[in-house]
Ligand binder design. Sequence first.
Ligand SMILES: [Zn+2]
Length: 252
Amino acid sequence: MSDERIVSGVVAKSTPVGESDRMLELITKERGKITVFARGCRRPRSPLVAYTRPFCFAEFTIIPGSSNHLKSAKSICFFEDLPLDYEAYIYASYFMEFASYFVLEEMESTDVLNLLYLALKALTAKNKMPRKLVRFAFEMRMLVLGGVGPYIHECMECGKSCDEGWFYHSRGGLVCKECRGADSGGDYLGKTELFTLRYVCAAPLPELFGFTLSSEVEAKVLEFCEAYKRRNIERRPGQFPSLEELSNLGSF
Ligand SMILES: [Zn+2]
């Protein structure tokens, strides 16, 4: 039918409504964040049941209207093992919240969708990357895709490329040794830290997850990421709970 639309996306949030329905928040390549009503999907034998669970990547056929309705879906990946691993489930839920914070309606979101897919793959991989590093790589890249990435590819004063420098969180950028002069401010980033940050901000997405770091470098870049997020994410009530709040454990 001509009024149907097919979108590729992921179920970022799935909320039960009434006795047998669900309201889905999808993050889609073509239309950014959209809300879709899935009627009857909680009834036994509903063909929609598997496609309305969180983390299902699929092609969704939607009937647009004053509210969008889900007609059918064709799965790309269900990530059905995620709910069996509580920690991975919490991380995945957090990634969806984090991405949802940045994605707007009608925003082309191919890279965001690919990033989410690869991050969930990294969470569930057998030879897995430490999850706090998956989170770090995901967050930094999502900040870049959300248009608020750090200015680290060159000195923001003189424009020269530098392989170490001082990051000024108040100004969102890197300053080289010569331009910093006798100033005592800034957060020092050595060669490895800066290389790591540049990597997670710009590496091809399929190569983003899979690295490890020494404990010293890891501590430094995770600290950088936390400080950067505090400055650049404006939280609103009810939006984007932290990983700690989601887990309610504070142990990650
Ligand atoms: Zn400079």
